[in-house]
Design a protein around this ligand. Structure first.
Ligand SMILES: NC(=O)c1ccc[n+]([C@@H]2O[C@H](COP(=O)([O-])OP(=O)(O)OC[C@H]3O[C@@H](n4cnc5c(N)ncnc54)[C@H](O)[C@@H]3O)[C@@H](O)[C@H]2O)c1
Length: 350
């Protein structure tokens, strides 16, 4: 397999994770770091023995030839950066969500198709070994007709600091940041059904807090949110009716006064069986007896698996399992949740 030259765009918190995983592959060479914060770009490239650093993607594309970019910048900037890369025929891995504006995303997807560029979205949870096993059960129709699913992630105090609470850069709060993972995981497990209608409710319940002894995810670029803006929701709930009659209940909170979830929790109810995550638990009836079992799962590093998948797709030309179109469909659902909340009505998909 040929080696893949990669540029990392946005050298912040999640980029540090991707750097480790990209570096562990003998088939990847990270040739450039791009970050609007020159000092950070310089420091990260020096620490990781990376030859080039820039403050702008245009500068990078005019000076270095790369096969792919890994976009790890604030949500609103994903698509403008991806457009510049795709225009040069550079494959794109971008962090979730795909973007913040549906029209912009559509324009990008058209360009990527014209330029034969691969687009993969960082929906990391799909690459967890427990989720992959659950997906296999669902695909084998082990649960029969799935009529209801519940997906939830409540943090007690876990509001990220920085641009995440600034709508102009994030596109939204808890729904956009963690809801995107929760929704994508559930939607994928359900077989990516088509949406019929969505009812959503989002609000800022706690907003800024001064709770002691709690830590949270923090942007590496403090200047991006110099005004300490907080104009997004920290709580969101939705009911999504799919055309196949399955209903998904979705609940997320960055902060709330209740029990903290350790991670995404999913429940699937079917007429032949059911399942829960995490831990992965299966529910079924065997010859009149109720059975509950926990398959043994070897934990993996899903960030490594998603990056390996992206690199392999470039090498083989295979389409990525989480492509841009799926990223678009998830963003469309998230936008409908916001619209429903704002207009206090159910949003119908035709
Ligand atoms: N998959 C996951 O589990 C996961 C986890 C965390 C974050 N994320 C996503 O990763 C992205 C980045 O989040 P983060 O926590 O690393 O944020 P961060 O603020 O720590 O890092 C963003 C970096 O991008 C740089 N930047 C901003 N605008 C830029 C531009 N136009 N060009 C180049 N660089 C630019 C900033 O200076 C900063 O260093 C977000 O979209 C977030 O949703 C995904």
């Amino acid at each position: 397999m040929r080696n893949i030259n990669v540029a990392l765009v946005g050298a912040g918190a999640i980029a540090e994770t991707h750097l480790v995983n990209l570096s562990s592959s003998s088939q990847v060479k990270i040739t450039s770091i791009v970050d609007i914060d020159l000092e950070r770009a310089k420091q990260i490239s020096a620490n990781n023995n990376i030859k080039h650093y820039f403050t702008d993607i245009n500068e990078m594309t005019s000076n270095v030839k790369v096969d792919a970019v890994i976009i790890c910048t604030p949500n609103q900037t994903h698509i403008p950066i991806a457009k510049i890369a795709a225009d040069q025929g550079i494959h794109v891995f971008m962090e979730k969500p795909i973007g913040t504006n549906l029209k912009e995303v559509q324009e990008y997807l058209k360009l990527a198709e014209t330029k034969n560029v691969i687009t993969m979205i960082g929906m990391t949870h799909r690459f967890r070994s427990d989720a992959a096993i659950l997906k296999e059960y669902a695909d084998r129709n082990a649960f029969g007709n799935i009529y209801y699913a519940k997906a939830k992630l409540f943090r007690r105090r876990g509001t990220p600091k920085g641009w995440f609470t600034n709508k102009a850069l994030s596109g939204g709060g808890a729904m956009m940041d963690i809801g995107v993972h929760v929704l994508d995981l559930a939607w994928w497990l359900l077989g990516k059904p088509k949406v019929d209608s969505i009812t959503g409710h989002t609000l800022t319940g706690l907003g800024k807090y001064d709770t002691k002894q709690v830590s949270s995810w923090e942007s590496k670029n403090k200047r991006l949110n110099a005004n300490d803006l907080f104009d997004v929701e920290d709580f969101g709930a939705a009911w999504i009716r799919f055309k196949n009659k399955t209903v998904l209940s979705l609940e997320v909170a960055w902060a709330m006064n209740g029990e903290q979830d350790d991670g995404i929790s999913i429940e699937i109810l079917g007429d032949k069986g059911g399942a829960a995550l995490a831990p992965l638990t299966l529910f079924r009836e065997e010859e009149g007896t109720l059975v509950k079992s926990n398959p043994l799962v070897e934990k993996n590093n899903p960030f490594q698996s998603e990056i390996d998948h992206f690199i392999e797709c470039i090498q083989t030309g295979a389409p990525p399992s989480v492509d841009g179109e799926q990223g678009y469909q998830v963003l469309k659902m998230l936008q409908a949740i916001y619209q429903s909340s704002e207009e206090k009505r159910e949003i119908h998909f035709y």
